[in-house]
Design a protein around this ligand. Sequence first.
Ligand SMILES: Cc1ncc(COP(=O)(O)O)c(C=O)c1O
Length: 359
Amino acid sequence: MSQLLMTPGPTNIPIRAINKMLEAFSIHHRSKEYSLMYKKFNDNLKHVFQTKNEIITLPSSGTGGLESSILNLLNENDKVLFISVGVFGDRFKQMGELNNLDIDFLEIERGRGFYLDEVKKVLKKEHKAVIVTHNETSTAVTNDIKSLSKLVKEEDRLLIVDAVSSLGAIDIKMDEWKIDVLITGSQKSLMSPAGMCFVGLSDKAIDLCKKNKRKTYYFDYISALEYLKGDYPKNPYTPPVQLIACCLESLNMIKEEGLKNTFKRHENLAKYIRQELTKRDYEFYTHKDFYSNTLTAIKIKEENACDIQGFIKKKHNIYIATGQQDLKNKIIRIGHMGNVNKDMIDRTLNAFDDYNKKK
Ligand SMILES: Cc1ncc(COP(=O)(O)O)c(C=O)c1O
C-alpha cells in the first residue's frame, strides 16, 4: 500500500485522477483534443473558484502564482498592505519587498488570524491593494475574507488572496465576495501533483493588468487570457498536459460530490479530528476562533514532533507534518484536505495512540 499523506499538501491523489494522467501522455498541447480538455478544465476551475471569469493556469507551484500577482498588477512604490498571520503571509510580503512595493505590514501573533478592528486601524485610503492569506498552513488558521473584503472595498482597493491551502475545500466565493485576485495550487485540495497554480481575476484586475507598467513574460496574465479565448483554448507555451488531465478528473470528482457537500465533508472531518484529539488531551496550537477545515495543528509538549512524525511514518506508513521554522519540533500539523475520509483520520489517530502506548 502506498504511503498515506496526512500533510497539508501534497495530498493523496485519487486513483481515478492518476489513471487519467497516465492516459494523457500522448496528447499534444497544440491539438484539438487538448483544447477540448483544457476548455473543460477551465470551466471546472471557474466552478470551484465561484467566478464567471476565466482562470489562468500557470506551470509553477503556488509560490509562482503569488509572485505573478505582484508582477502583473503592482508597480514599484505602489502602497500596499500585507497582512501576515504566519510563514506564508511572511513569504508573500518578502516577494513584495523584492519587487520594491511600498509596504505597510500588519503582523498578527502566531496561532490566530486577524480581527477586523486590527485591520481597520492600519488600513489607509492610499493602499492600492490588500494582500492576505486565506488559510495559513503554518499555523492552521483560517481568516475571514468575506468580512475583510467589505472593509477593503470601502475604497477602490484591490484584494489579493492566497488560497493555496483552502480553495476547493473551504468556501471562498470569488465573485460574490469581490476578490480581485485569487490564487491556489494543484497539490492540495485540488488533489493533483504539485506543479500548477491557478489564478482567478476580477474584471477590475484584468483591466489593471492591461495598463500595468511592470511587465513579465512567463507569468503574463493577459497573454494567458488571450490564449484562453474561443472554442479551442490553448496556452502561450507548453503546458503540463498530464497534470491538467489529472486535475480535470479531480475537479470532476468535486463536481460530482457537489461543492457544498465537499465543503461540508471537510468541515465535518475537521470537527471530528479536533474532537478525537481533544479526547486524547492534545491542545490545539490555533486559537479557537480561527480553526481550519483543511488542517489541524497540535502542540507537542515534549518538543519531539520530529520523533512522532518518524515513528508514524516508519510504523504506520503515514506521513504527517511537523511545524515550520521555530515551531519545527513543537507542533504537528495533520492535513485533512482533498481526497480524505474518516477512515484515513482514524488510521492517523490510531498511529498517535500507538506512539503514546510506547511511551
Ligand atoms: C498558504 C500557502 N501559501 C503558499 C504556499 C506555497 O505554495 P507552493 O509550495 O506550492 O509553492 C503554500 C504551500 O504550502 C501554502 O500553504
